[in-house]
Design a protein around this ligand. Structure first.
Ligand SMILES: [Zn+2]
Length: 429
């Protein structure tokens, strides 16, 4: 375009010379000014970076992956480049989903599948990611536009559909089965599904799809009063599915669409959504790249800065038939899995006996501070008043502490009745 504009300027100059009548010169000069302005604008449009063949650990300013590959060099991640092999499906490209998509894109994920039926509105601008000029675009298309500019290496698939419709569900299932990106064992074509939807019905649909496909997924949610949220790992057959236990989000009996119609809408904050998206993607990276501990359930209470964790076992009487199938399979394969785990543990113990501790002495002069100490703080209750129809997702921290808390912060609960009782206590105002 720059070349064409330069030629146009030259043509105008030549035209000016051939015109003997000076009264025409002013009009030509005006045209020249317009072309010069367009030329300046064209120069200010950022050019997209070219694709990168291999992730390099080279420490240069032009390498988009140097800081990520440093995780490998520092021994946190064994093989960071593996991230390019993974496919992650994100259902719901709202306040949490869009930010999660951006984080994964910046981390260099291999492929992202994005699902949403909604359009970008100015009412979404209190959250991160979407820009005012994208108003009216579908959320999936607007996301692809932004994400492909940020990192052209990521394969992006946009699905503008509602998964709760029959047709939408069929396309959703088909896309999750598609193994074009990377052939693998089993039925699934993605490594992880992230549920970032804002209603119970859509969560149940994701639950159904993942139970049917034996697909591991993570659920996320932010409460309607915008001050608490959670993330949860769901492994079909191994952990509670969404139908196994009453969800921690208290169904208030009204969904967002109804609330919008009445001129009342749920509150949302970019901070809470950003924190939940951060926790979700952190858990995703740990799960995919196999480092640290993947949280089975992690809550976030913004008013108290309180992060409860717990584990949930599946319900033997779950109403979801596919969940019961997965539970049976899990029990049948348990002996083989236990034997493999015991063998791996023995091998790890044998090798760690001879290993030198990591970071005992490193070239970066970084040391690990192990003096972390949690002091018991005085948790005072704040105002709990909420508009009618809205319910808090998480309990206040002090209420939770009345419950029998085991030695560690993480709770393992085997007995479903006990779990139900605890959930009820958690949700009580
Ligand atoms: Zn279940």
């Amino acid at each position: 375009m720059e070349v064409e504009l330069k030629e146009m300027l030259e043509d105008l100059e030549a035209l000016k010379r051939t015109l003997s009548d000076p009264s025409h010169h002013d009009s030509i000069a005006k045209l020249q000014q317009h072309v010069e302005r367009i030329s300046d604008l064209a120069k200010s449009v950022p050019s997209r970076r070219s694709k990168v063949q291999d992730m390099s650990a080279e420490v240069v300013d032009s390498n988009p992956y140097s800081r990520l590959m440093a995780l490998q060099r520092m021994g946190i991640v064994e093989n960071y480049e593996r991230i390019r092999e993974f496919s992650v499906a994100i259902v719901g490209i709202g306040g949490v989903g869009s930010v999660a998509a951006e984080m994964l894109t910046r981390c260099g994920i291999g492929r992202l599948l994005l699902y949403d039926y909604d359009k970008v509105e100015l009412a979404n601008m209190n959250r991160l990611f979407f820009r005012p000029e994208q108003s009216g675009m579908t959320k999936t298309d607007a996301a692809v536009q932004t994400l492909s500019d940020i990192n052209p290496d990521v394969v992006l698939e946009s699905y503008t559909l509602n998964i709760t419709t029959v047709k939408g569900f069929e396309t959703f299932m088909e896309s999750l089965r598609n193994q074009n990106f990377r052939p693998r064992n089993g039925d699934g074509g993605v490594d992880l599904v992230l549920s970032c939807v804002d209603n119970y019905e859509a969560r149940m649909v994701v639950n159904q799809a993942c139970n049917e496909l034996n697909q591991i997924w993570m659920e996320s949610g932010v409460s309607e009063d915008a001050v608490s949220g959670h993330i949860q790992l769901l492994v079909p057959g191994e952990t509670a599915c969404f139908a196994c236990v009453p969800p921690l989000i208290v169904a208030s009996g009204v969904d967002e669409r109804t609330l919008k119609r009445d001129g009342v809408c749920a509150a949302s904050l970019p901070t809470t959504m950003g924190v939940v998206a951060g926790l979700l993607v952190q858990n995703t990276l740990k799960f995919l790249l196999k480092f640290g501990q993947v949280s089975p359930y992690l809550g976030y209470n913004a008013l108290k800065d309180y992060f409860p964790t717990m584990e949930m076992k599946p319900n033997l009487q779950c109403s979801n038939a596919a969940c019961l199938e997965r539970q049976k399979e899990y029990i049948l394969t348990k002996p083989a899995r236990d034997a493999a785990a015991a063998k791996a543990k023995m091998e790890m113990e044998a090798s760690s006996a001879t290993e030198i501790p990591i970071h005992a002495d490193n070239e970066w002069n970084i040391s690990v501070d192990d003096s972390y100490d949690i002091e018991k703080t005085d948790l005072t209750s704040s105002s709990d008043a909420l508009p009618e129809g809205l319910t808090r997702e998480l309990p206040s921290a002090d209420e939770f502490q009345i419950l029998p808390v085991p030695e560690e912060t993480s709770t393992s609960i085997d007995d479903l009745e006990e779990l139900r009782r605890q959930l009820e206590a958690l949700n009580a105002d």
